[in-house]
Write a protein that binds this ligand. Structure first.
Ligand code: PLP
Length: 393
């Protein structure tokens, strides 16, 4: 087996596309004017931002470009959606989220508890799906916001957002979705989904890091995020990151222009999952079909996530694990516990988020390498019976 270098951590961040990088440079070298100034160079920068806004609006199927607000990324957009909606409440105090949200949602929602807000976390089933019935039951007269992610960053499960959104609307609440993992990876149309707000992040779809956007449907009122010079139609002040905004729009246009790649990616994903499941005592996490085309995630009994990540790194494969320690905590991720895995099993999690450039040979190399690494780790594991090749009871 020849050693390869395979980046399979695209859910964490992606490589910037050449087109996006090239599109950014002139905004540093030539058109570096402050978009709020009035001479020609500045007006060019303003036009660059507004063209990017149109591109992003079009990619998301938004009715108007001015429903798009540029931010510093997914976390900022998520934080704004929740705190911005909460800040305008006078009597309502209840927020509903799912139990497997990114921390940008869950930590933000819970941070409001000290101001008297209440948060309900909806459970998910063993595939990571939120049920429409559970949302229906959780809605209260004082629920002002529901925020449920479109696709999960660890297990790849895609939620029935349109149906969930309809429930929130029927109860007079706003609906926000964290679509950071979905935008640029599967078709996303804000009008079809019916959402009021949607977060996206450039570096998850081959744009630069540190820039993102929020879609806010016309007529939806939330508090301004940053007060100051009045940029982003007064809602998010501060001189715009012009080059990054243009880079993001370029990457998004590139990623959403043609979806014919999806069947090929899904076939690669299914080949990878099938190969990994040949390892005894391994199970898929997330939904078998309602999942991101480039996400393969499993839990492997008898090993630690860190061990397998380091072992794969030695084979040239960069992957990730939701197991533990990544954030200095000893607990496995709330997502893996949320789908009902026991602690010991969740510790052996492995997420491979490959990319458009990944080949069938790469997939087979990942499978073969994982098998090797797992075998070695199990032979040293105190919880593994190597003689009978099964977990010690
Ligand atoms: C990466 C990610 C975020 C955070 O986005 P940043 O731009 O890195 O702040 C939020 N939600 C999900 C689901 C993500 O995957």
């Amino acid at each position: 087996m020849d050693k390869r270098i395979i980046y399979a951590d695209n859910a964490a961040t992606t490589k910037i596309s050449e087109k996006a990088l090239a599109a950014m440079l002139p905004w540093y070298t030539e058109n570096f004017g402050n978009p709020s100034s009035i001479y020609g160079r500045a007006r060019t920068a303003r036009r660059g931002i507004e063209a990017a806004r149109e591109t992003v609006a079009k990619a998301l199927g938004a009715a108007k470009p001015n429903e798009i607000y540029f931010t510093s990324g997914g976390t900022e957009s998520d934080d704004w959606a929740i705190k911005g909606a909460a800040a305008l409440q006078t009597t309502k105090k209840h927020i509903v989220i799912s139990g497997i949200e990114h921390h940008a949602i869950s930590e933000t929602a819970h941070s409001l508890e000290r101001f008297g807000f209440e948060v309900t976390e909806l459970p998910v089933d063993s595939c990571g799906l939120v049920s429409v019935e559970s949302l229906e039951k959780a809605m209260r007269p004082d629920t002002f916001l529901v925020s449920i992610m479109l696709a999960n960053n660890e297990i790849g499960t895609i939620q029935p957002i349109k149906e969930l959104c309809a429930v929130a609307k029927a109860h007079g609440a706003l609906f926000h979705t964290d679509a950071v993992q979905a935008v640029g990876h599967i078709p996303v149309n804000v009008q079809e989904l019916g959402v009021d707000m949607l977060s996206l992040s450039s570096h998850k779809f081959h744009g630069p890091q540190g820039v993102g956007a929020m879609y806010i449907r016309s007529g939806v009122r939330i508090a301004n995020l940053i007060d100051g010079g009045g940029q982003e139609r007064r809602r998010r002040s501060g001189t715009e990151n012009v080059a990054a905004i243009v880079g993001m729009a370029t990457a998004l246009e590139e990623q959403t222009a043609d979806w014919s790649r999806l069947p090929k990616l899904e076939a690669l994903r299914d080949r990878l999952i099938k190969g990994l499941l040949e390892i005894p005592y391994t199970q898929q996490t997330g939904h078998p079909t309602r999942r991101l085309p480039t996400n393969a995630s499993v839990v492997i009994n008898g090993i630690e996530g860190e061990g397998i990540i380091l072992g794969l790194d030695n084979c040239g494969i960069q992957a990730s694990s939701g197991s533990a320690c990544t954030s200095g905590s000893l607990d496995p991720s709330h997502v893996l516990l949320g789908i009902g895995l026991e602690h010991a099993v969740a510790h052996g999690s492995l997420r491979l988020s490959f990319g458009e450039e990944t080949t069938e040979e790469d997939i087979d190399y990942i499978i073969a390498s994982t098998k090797q690494v797992v075998e070695r780790l199990r032979s040293m594991s105190p919880v593994w019976d190597s003689v009978n090749n099964k977990p010690l009871k």
